[in-house]
Design a protein. Structure first.
Length: 462
């Protein structure tokens, strides 16, 4: 009998167009990062070799999506492209009503304007920066109820994005259900490492919410990646299709919002989806004020058409297997070099533990930002800090907030880089690790905004 040989894995797509990359010397990069005040957001993209600052809107669209660009109906009202998008959301997610927005934080602005008041409390699993920013901007309070395992990068837990149900109920009792307009579930949970939320945990969260008559809202920027993790890590759903898991994830969820620049596989766009007509009418007023008419909401027709296709493509198992497999591949490379990462690897990014990489740098000197700067100087790789800078100062006391984790996030764009790029990233990070002990001082702030400061902050070496 002839023994069958297993074929090597290849991506479920091939390249049709390329984009040039420009290389500069380490000395030039060292001078450039100082020129932009040690803020990687201020770099021009042609100064970046591999751009991992975000996976938001940085992916490559398919030929079917580009075809929709040409078919886009740019009518101000009643665009056919809008109805393509509405149909896709209904089919994949089960929601009848949709309010398009130009991106995820715009969806938060519209949604929270209609549902959130000063003094209220919003519990959830590690709210991301814009979510927390929109909550605190309205003088409300975000309370993190993520399980404790999420904050130990070396501990294995298949669903580190889970909500601690006991903590959630204690928060509801402490503040009173009348002060809580909704509970937020973020899938996957970006702030703790792109970690998924189990269907069991979603169900238990909904049960607690029902007990206290509180709506459940869900940030679904990476809904398809979360569904993939449920399929491969939650035994009960091993034989379920990705689309069936998605429907189950969203069953009885009151409202979802999405930055479509992630699992929508587009470069711009977002939306709010729901079944409550009364709330939808309220949202529509804010959509018109902040975004545009209700059938485009800040998106062009061509973008809505491309998103309708992207939502379907993101549900393909082979795409997800390749996508998440590439993140895991980089994670294994980094671990082989002794680089401490959030384990297990998440869906869209690698998170490097800056406290462990740079134990000599206190959080007050922003070790994750320093690590990001050093990686850029080393190899032209642009990551982003998820730590003290992003945490912002406490809006009431003005004091610095020091989160439990200090992370450098390397977000992998969808369908853009090869595993050769992952090898380059790993080798560069190894070089930074080898000279990490030479870094004796961190960074200090010269200038900062009152909220979401990490985008525009100006820093200097201490």
């Amino acid at each position: 009998m002839i023994k069958k040989m297993k074929l090597p894995h290849i991506p479920p797509y091939k390249t049709k167009m390329i984009e040039p990359v420009y290389f500069r010397s380490k000395k030039a990069r060292s001078e450039k990062i100082k020129e932009v005040n040690f803020n990687l957001f201020n770099l021009h993209s042609d100064w970046v070799v591999i751009d991992l600052i975000t996976d938001s809107g940085t992916g490559a669209m398919s030929e079917q999506q580009w075809a929709e660009i040409m078919l886009g109906d740019e009518s101000y009202a009643g665009s056919e492209s809008f109805f393509k998008l509405k149909k896709a959301v209904k089919k994949i997610m089960g929601f009848n009503l949709i309010a398009p927005t130009h991106q995820g934080r715009a969806a938060e602005n519209v949604l929270f304007s209609a549902t959130l008041k000063e003094g209220q409390v919003v519990p959830g699993n590690a709210h991301f920066d814009t979510t927390k920013g929109h909550i605190e901007f309205r003088k409300a309070k975000a309370v993190d109820c993520t399980i404790k395992e999420a904050f130990d990068t070396s501990t294995y837990h298949p669903f580190k994005g889970n909500i601690d149900i006991e903590k959630l109920e204690n928060v509801i009792i402490k503040y009173g259900p009348e002060t809580i307009p909704f509970i937020v579930i973020t899938v996957t949970c970006n702030t703790v490492g792109g970690q998924p939320v189990s269907l069991e945990n979603i169900t238990k969260t909904k049960e607690i919410a029902k007990k206290y008559n509180i709506p459940v809202y869900m940030d679904i920027a990476r809904y398809a990646e979360n569904a993939y993790f449920i399929k491969i890590r939650e035994a009960e759903y091993k034989e379920w299709s990705i689309k069936a898991i998605i429907k189950e994830m969203f069953r009885d969820i009151d409202v979802v919002w999405m930055s479509s620049k992630k699992d929508g596989l587009v470069n711009i766009g977002g939306f709010i989806a729901l079944n409550n007509y009364e709330l939808f009418e309220k949202l529509s007023q804010f959509t018109i004020i902040y975004e545009g008419f209700v059938t485009y909401g800040g998106m062009s027709g061509r973008s809505m058409g491309a998103l309708a296709v992207g939502l379907k493509e993101a549900c393909d198992f082979h795409y997800l297997e390749d996508r998440i497999g590439q993140v895991a591949y980089l994670g294994e490379k980094l671990k082989s070099f002794g680089i401490p990462i959030q384990e297990p690897t998440g869906g869209h990014a690698l998170y490097i533990d800056a406290k462990k990489m740079l134990p000599q740098i206190p959080q007050s000197e922003f070790p994750a930002q320093l690590l990001a700067v050093e990686l850029y100087i080393e190899a032209g790789i642009r990551g982003v800090e998820i730590g003290t800078l992003l945490a912002d100062k406490d809006p009431k006391t003005g004091k610095e907030r020091f989160p439990e984790m200090e992370l450098l996030r390397l977000a992998i764009p969808r369908r853009v880089y090869s595993n050769a790029h992952m090898d380059y990233i790993a080798e560069a990070m190894k070089n930074v690790k080898n000279r990490a002990k030479e870094l004796k001082k961190g960074l200090v702030i010269k200038k900062q905004a009152e909220i979401l400061r990490h985008f525009t902050v100006e820093l200097d070496r201490k």
